[in-house]
Each structure stands twice: as structure tokens, then as C-alpha cells.
Design a protein around this ligand. Structure first.
Ligand code: ACM
Ligand code: ZN
Length: 485
């Protein structure tokens, strides 16, 4: 199973699985939740056991218990108990029940594959819980656009491996991707770019499609974190609203990769008002706790020349353009906190002075220096080190394989040593995620190929956090599950 459960005991018994399932629910489970889990059961069991011999007289009882455990248990904890008489999934939370179901599903797959008759399943008892609350996967939909149906499949893959945070990179220099009711030029203009061959490329999600994705995520216990990257990586915004630049001119949504010198002006009050309005709209659309406001790779050349930015630096007693960026982050973070949200930013947000409220994503290099800096400043942090958890990198050193820059193998991901990121206050280390940037990922097939088996290692890292690692044992478990993914 992946991720490997914390405590597992095989009882030595087994019994013939029956596809005729009777599900018993505690009343604490809502009809929507029951409908979702019940539907998943039926769908998966029918598919898995299609054509297998089953005993037509039997009906199997599955108990779904959503109730206090009666003993102190960690967040996300669940029990899975498989007996010849019945199967019980129990948790204090809906998410925990989903985790139990994913574990049961994997167990059924393994069993179905390995037994002679294809129907016997082994009895067991599992108690399991995640080591980290943040187990994430990111998707850049700006460099290449992936429609909302693909995004739902992406969430299915995440759910199968108990990943619970979907980081949706919705804006960048190469395209803006959400319908905005307040600033419609963002999607009417900023969602499109002209490629070198003269063709138009782009797309965006309507607010209705976003709601469909959010419902899909909620059913699967996944929180969606929207990222609107500011003040850099904002050429699509500037193409729609050029007055937001330090020096307005006609801007184009970019069709080449890289870092743009043109960024949003942090000096003009009109820009601050625009960003507050925009983030308010985003906060209303996305019900989750977190909003990501980017903050990476914002060159300060324009700010150094801009009279508005210079006036802001003087007026706020800031030392330089670096501190102006942290002033901007701080201003937007306070606005979003007023709306009940928690802000996340890439580790550059630590370059000036920020308070301990924003959550930091440590990405540069191995992320250790950034994680320590966040920790020492009292900020919670999530790791996604560029050198280990960027899944747009190739999974093998073969120039014919898809992917960018360097190489991050399955072994590299599995062997990432989390102890390097743990400092005195362990609670500040929320967990980690892998990022899938899409400059070199033109389509969904390539995206899936790049996730590949590395998603297993990601899941294992932040759910199981194995204290001793055994790659060949891990490999055995991957092999047993290869039919699923
Ligand atoms: C990043 O990779 N620019 C966060
Ligand atoms: Zn400016």
C-alpha cells in the first residue's frame, strides 16, 4: 500500500469478497458524503471484480463510522478493520473516512491481483494517520492550459494517495486563467497569447467550472489553494490593464518562458486598490483557508526607476525595493486576513521584513535555508525544493524523455531527508508538495507521465514519513499497485 500505513496487522484470516455490499452509516455522515462514498464503493468494486467468481448468496456489510474515537487520536486518523463478518471504516472526520476507503481500495486491488480465484481478501486491522497536515501537489495552468475535466482527474490521482492540498497556479506571464467578474479584461485578453507561428493559444476557467472543480475537491477531502502570482510573473495582467505597470505601455501576454522585468507597480494606490479588489473576488470564489499570492522572481529594475515606487519607499520608511516587496505582501496579507484567509507566498517573501502570519513555500535550491529563515521568523512553512520536488524535471537522465532542466528520480524523491527541514519548533513545518510547472508540459499525457510513480514517493514522504527507508521494500509496494494508476 502507498502511502504505507502506520500500524498494520494481518490477522491470518481471509474470506471471499462479495460485490453485493450493504453499507451501514452513522447518522453523522451527510447524504452527500454517503452518496459519494457509496457511489465510489459500487463503481470500484464492480470494475475490480468484474468477471470474478463470487458467492451470489452472500451480502457483505461495510460499516462507515464517523464518530469520536473515544481515545485521543491525531488529525486525519482512521481505523480500517476487515473481518470475515464485515468491514469497518472509522474516523472522527470525513477526510479520515476517505483515507480509510483509499486504503481499502488499494488492499482490494492487491488482493484481487494476487489470489488464485481473484476474490479472496485478507483480513487485517489498520490504524493510520498522516505525519504532516500539508501533502500537496501543484499544477501550473498558465504556461499550458489544462481544462477543468483534466483538473478533476488530477484531483482523483491526488485523492488515491491521500494528498490533500491542490495548489492551482492560475496566473503567470503566459496567461491568466480565471473568469473575473470585476476585471473581465483579465480573461478576455490576459487568457490569450500569440504564439511564434501567429496562432492564438489560451483559455480560462469560467466561475461555474471552478465551482465544479471545488465540489470535486471537497468530496475527496482536498483543499484547493488558488495562486495569483504578484507582483512579478504578471505580464498577462499587464496585457489586460497596462496602467498597473510602473511605466504603462502596450504589453503582450508572453509566448516565451523566463522572467519579465516588467512587474506590477507597488507605488500607485490604484494598483493596491486593484489587487485588494482582485483578491477579494478570489477569496469569495475559493472557500478554503489559504490564498497564495506568489511573490517569486520579481526583478526590481522598474521599481528602482519609478517615481511612485520611490515615493512609497520614502513614505513608508523602507530601506529599498526589496522591502517594498515585503510591504506589498504585508499589505495584501492583512487585507486577506481581514477576509478570514491565510496568505502563502514563495520564499522570496522573506527577503524583506514580514511578520509571522504568512505561510512560506521554501522552493529555492534545496529549500533548507528558506525553511530555516521561515522557522526563525516564526512563520509556518511548506517545502517544495526545486532540486527534489519539481516534477517538471525529468525522472531519468534521458534527453528523449519529457521534462525540463534537471533530473529528479523516483529514488531522489523517496530519499529526500525531511530531518533537514525540522528545527526547534516542529509545528511550523506543515509538510510539503511537488510542483508541476508546465513550460515543457504541453498536454495532459505528458503531465501524467511526469507525475508518474514520483507521486507515490511524494505521498509516502509526507504521509508516512518513514524513519528508516528501504527503497526495495517501497518498490515492492509500488509493483503491487501498478494497476491502479
Ligand atoms: C518558482 O519556481 N518560481 C516558485
Ligand atoms: Zn512603480
Amino acid at each position: 500500500m502507498i502511502p504505507g500505513p502506520k500500524i498494520i496487522r494481518l490477522t491470518g484470516e481471509s474470506f471471499p469478497f462479495c460485490t453485493k455490499v450493504h453499507v451501514n452509516l452513522t447518522p453523522s455522515i451527510t447524504p452527500e458524503q454517503a452518496h459519494f462514498i457509496g457511489g465510489e464503493f459500487t463503481k470500484h468494486c464492480e470494475k475490480l471484480f468484474e468477471g470474478c467468481p463470487v458467492d451470489p448468496r452472500d451480502e457483505m456489510n461495510i460499516n462507515l463510522i464517523l464518530a469520536p474515537a473515544g481515545i485521543p487520536v491525531p488529525p486525519g486518523h482512521y481505523f480500517l478493520i476487515i473481518k470475515p463478518s464485515d468491514i469497518t471504516l472509522a474516523s472522527e472526520t470525513y477526510e479520515g473516512l476517505l483515507y480509510a476507503w483509499q486504503t481499502l481500495k488499494q488492499h482490494l486491488y492487491n488482493t484481487a491481483y494476487f489470489t488464485e480465484t481473484g476474490t479472496d481478501i485478507e483480513c487485517l486491522q489498520i490504524a493510520d494517520w498522516p505525519s504532516f497536515p500539508w501533502r500537496g501537489l501543484h499544477l501550473d495552468v498558465s504556461r499550458h492550459f489544462f481544462d477543468y475535466k483534466f483538473v478533476r482527474r488530477y484531483l482523483d490521482w491526488m485523492a488515491a494517495f491521500k494528498l490533500n492540498k491542490f495548489h492551482w497556479h492560475l496566473s503567470d506571464d503566459q496567461g491568466w486563467r480565471i473568469e473575473s467578474k470585476r476585471f473581465p479584461l483579465l480573461h478576455e485578453q490576459g487568457a490569450w497569447r500569440t504564439e511564434a507561428d501567429g496562432s492564438s493559444y489560451g483559455g480560462y476557467y469560467t466561475q461555474r467550472q471552478i465551482k465544479l472543480v471545488l465540489k470535486h475537491a471537497e468530496e475527496r477531502g482536498i483543499e484547493v489553494i488558488p495562486e495569483i502570482d504578484v507582483p512579478g510573473h504578471a505580464m498577462a495582467i499587464l496585457a489586460a490593464y497596462p496602467d498597473l505597470a510602473c511605466f504603462p505601455q502596450e504589453f503582450q501576454t508572453l509566448s516565451v518562458w523566463g522572467i519579465s522585468e516588467d512587474i506590477l507597480c507597488a507605488g500607485k494606490d490604484s494598483v493596491i486598490d486593484f489587487l485588494k479588489d482582485l483578491f477579494t473576488e478570489v477569496a469569495e470564489l475559493f472557500p478554503g483557508q489559504y490564498i497564495h499570492l506568489g511573490g517569486d522572481e520579481a526583478p526590481k529594475a522598474r521599481w528602482k526607476e519609478c517615481p511612485h515606487c520611490q515615493q512609497r519607499i520614502a513614505g513608508q520608511n523602507l530601506a529599498n525595493a526589496g522591502e517594498l516587496q515585503s510591504w506589498l505582501v504585508q499589505t495584501l496579507a492583512q487585507h486577506l486576513q481581514g477576509l478570514g484567509k491565510t496568505v502563502i507566498g514563495w520564499d522570496e517573501i522573506l527577503d524583506g521584513n514580514i511578520d509571522s502570519q504568512p505561510v512560506v513555500m521554501a522552493w529555492r535550491g534545496d529549500g533548507i535555508a528558506a525553511a530555516r529563515k521561515a522557522h526563525d521568523n516564526g512563520n509556518r512553512y511548506i517545502i517544495c525544493p526545486n532540486s527534489k520536488l519539481y516534477f517538471d524535471w525529468k525522472y531519468l537522465a534521458d534527453k528523449n524523455l519529457p521534462g525540463a532542466h534537471g533530473v529528479t528520480t523516483l529514488q531522489d524523491v523517496y530519499h529526500l531527508d525531511l530531518a533537514q527541514y525540522r528545527f526547534q519548533n516542529k509545528k511550523l513545518f506543515l509538510g510539503g508538495q511537488a510542483n508541476l510547472w508546465t513550460e515543457h508540459v504541453p498536454d495532459s499525457r505528458t503531465a501524467k507521465d511526469l507525475l508518474g510513480w514520483r507521486i507515490y514517493a511524494l505521498s509516502e514522504l509526507f504521509w508516512s514519513d518513514p524513519q528508516t527507508k528501504d527503497y526495495s521494500e517501497f518498490w515492492e509496494r509500488i509493483w503491487a499497485m501498478r494497476e491502479i494508476f
